[in-house]
Every structure is written in C-alpha cells, then in structure tokens.
Design a protein around this ligand. Structure first.
Ligand SMILES: *Cc1c(COP(=O)(O)O)cnc(C)c1O
Length: 354
C-alpha cells in the first residue's frame, strides 16, 4: 500500500515523476541507454541540464532578468559557506530563525564579521522576528524563508538596498513571491523540488566579483556560471528528476496553482489543530508555515495510542524533529489534500476516543 508520506526531506514527489524517472533508468527516451550510463557531456544530458536551468528561472518569473540558475552539489549546507566565500568582504547581516540559519551564521563567521540582526532563539524559534535594522555597511542580508524544523515562514521580506540572499530549501516553488527582490536564492532539491544530491542556486551575476580573496574553483559561482553548471560532473540523476518535477509543476498550473493547493492543505490541518482540544500548535499563528505544520499533544498520555493510529493508517514521517517534539506534517507540493485529510480524520478519531 502506498503510504501517506509526511517526511520532512527527502520527501514526497509526484507519482508521475517516480514513474518516468524509473523508466529513464532502464531506457532513456528509447535510446537503448540508461540515463545513469550516458556522458554528462552528451547532447541528451546537456539538454536536460539546460531545460532544468531555464525552467527553474521561468517558473520563478526570472527569465531574461539578469539571473543565472545553477545545479550544484554539496546540499544547502555548502551554500552556507559558498555565499560567504563569494560575497562577504567585511561584514554580513543574518536573521536567525532556526537551526539552518544558525548553521549559515556559523559558516559565514569563518569569512568575516557576522551581525545577527535578530533572533527568535529566546522562544525556541517559534516565531519570525519582524523589527530589526540591517547595518548600512553590510555586504548582504541573509535569511531563511521557511524554517523546516520549527514550522515558521517569513511572509514579508525586508526591503533593503543590500543584496538579499535567501535559503528557500523548504518552500521554493510553493508560493508566489516577487523573486526579483532577491539577489541569490538557494535550495537543496530534496524538500520540494527533487531528490537529494543537487542544490538549485539562482543568482544575479552582478553581485559577484566584489570580494578580494581568491576563491577555489568549486566554491566560485563565477566558475560554475562560466561552465553552464558543468564545471565538474553534475549530479545527473538528481538534476534529471528535478527537471521532471519542474515540468510537473508547470503542467499543473505553475507556482500559483501549487500555492492554492498548499493553502488548502495548510487550512485543513491548522483548523483542526486549533479546534481539537487534544492538540496545540507550536509556531505562532501569524508565522505558520504551509509547508511544515508543527504541533504537540496537550497531554502526552495520548502519544502511544495516537502514534499507533497513524502508523496503522499508513501515515509516514509524522514525528516532530527532536528540538520541537510532538508532530510535524510536511506538506510539500506533491502532497495530495487527501493525505492531509487522513491525518485530520485521525485527530478527530482520537478526540472521540479520549
Ligand atoms: C534541509 C535544509 C537545509 C540543509 O540542506 P542539505 O541539503 O541537507 O545541506 C538547509 N536549509 C533548510 C531551510 C533546510 O530545510
């Protein structure tokens, strides 16, 4: 039986993508070759890479606006240091909204001064700080749009003249934003875009070339741009499956349609969390993430029975991250509304039993 998969990442992808991706392993486009055994320099794979880069920009509304898209390796965690390597000359400003922001800050400190403009650590990152000032002399401002672990999301990004850098690993392609406000966006594929192994970086070329240090080739955005994201062997299969997912997003109405369905799913589960006396939400209401809903039992005594109920119902990956406890329902683009309804029904069933 196919499970209802609420895993936070790697995570659910569209069934159609799994089908096509598995076929390509056996025989890619009737070529008599597997996608896994062809050269990354072959016309067949170069076409995959080019379409993936171009479609990413198209879906974000950034085509012909001075942006480049790259599919790199090393995960979003490598972007924590690459951003600073390429852009931090003296001082950078960071908003600390959780574990991933904190890790980005740690890496940036290796390259210069880091000003933490605000932090929500005082309340275990259950909210997004709203008022802060970005220092005049900062080289850039960095934030995390969706906090996968704590279930919070930035709804309104600061207006700043500084380059705006954003880790969108867990909500890219999930909601409409004016993406042209950002100078560099990065996202590990495995949350909302594809399998683990590749990271999308979308950047404005004009922000590069302003630091005085020498940058090793693999860490240098300019090198990757110059080689059309093929400086070394890319993660061919991860890029291919990401392309299939991007095509799926486009065929299903683009980001706008994704956002509508994501809001529907979020309303469904948050309404139940607020209504059901056995549960309480973790994140502050105004900062709640439609991607990752975090919630706890009011009485931990119900844990054993509830855990058995959802596991018996074929629900996977509902356990909360250890730093929050309780539950986390990750509802990325590919998650059907029906799967969220299954969890809501179980919450109601628990209430009726208790
Ligand atoms: C998962 C995650 C990361 C880390 O991604 P890796 O690809 O494992 O390095 C960074 N930022 C956010 C917001 C994440 O959700």
């Amino acid at each position: 039986m196919k499970k209802h998969n609420f895993s936070a990442g790697p995570c659910i992808l569209p069934q159609e993508v799994f089908q096509e991706a598995s076929q390509a392993i056996l025989d890619y486009n009737n070529s008599g070759l597997s996608i896994l055994e062809i050269s990354h320099r072959s016309p067949a794979f170069v076409a995959v890479m080019e379409e993936a880069r171009s479609l990413a920009l198209e879906l974000l509304g950034l085509k012909d606006k001075g942006y480049k898209a790259l599919f790199l390796q090393g995960g979003a965690s490598t972007q924590f240091l690459m951003v600073a390597y390429n852009l931090l000359e003296k001082k950078a400003a960071y908003l600390n909204t959780g574990t991933w922001s904190s890790k980005a800050i740690k890496e940036a400190k290796l390259f210069g001064e880091v000003v933490e403009v605000a932090s929500s650590k005082d309340e275990n990152f259950n909210y997004i700080p709203k008022s802060f000032t970005i220092p005049e002399d900062a080289d850039y401002f960095h934030c995390t749009s969706n906090n996968t672990i704590f279930g919070t999301q930035i709804k309104k990004f600061p207006s700043t003249a500084k380059p705006l850098i954003c880790d969108m690993s867990s909500d890219i392609f999930s909601r409409e934003l004016d993406f042209s406000k950002f100078d560099l966006i990065y996202a590990g594929a495995q949350k909302n875009m594809g399998p683990a192994g590749t990271t999308l970086v979308v950047l404005k070329e004009e922000i590069l070339g302003k630091v005085s240090r020498e940058i090793p080739s693999m860490m240098d955005y300019q090198v990757h741009i110059g080689k059309d994201s093929m400086f070394n062997t890319p993660a061919v299969y991860a890029v291919y499956v990401s392309l299939l997912t991007l095509r799926w997003i486009k065929a299903n109405g683009g980001i706008k349609a994704m956002e509508e369905r994501n809001e529907q799913k979020a309303d469904l589960i948050y309404n139940e969390i607020d209504r059901n006396p056995l549960f309480k939400g973790f994140a502050r209401k105004e900062d709640r993430s439609p991607m990752n809903a975090t919630f706890n039992l009011v009485d931990e005594g119900h844990k054993e029975i509830f855990d058995k109920m959802w596991k018996d119902a074929g629900v996977n990956g509902l356990n909360g991250h250890r730093s929050v406890g309780g539950y986390r329902a990750s509802m990325y683009n590919a998650m059907p509304v029906e799967s969220v309804q299954v969890v809501v029904d179980l919450m109601q069933e628990l209430e009726n039993k208790a």
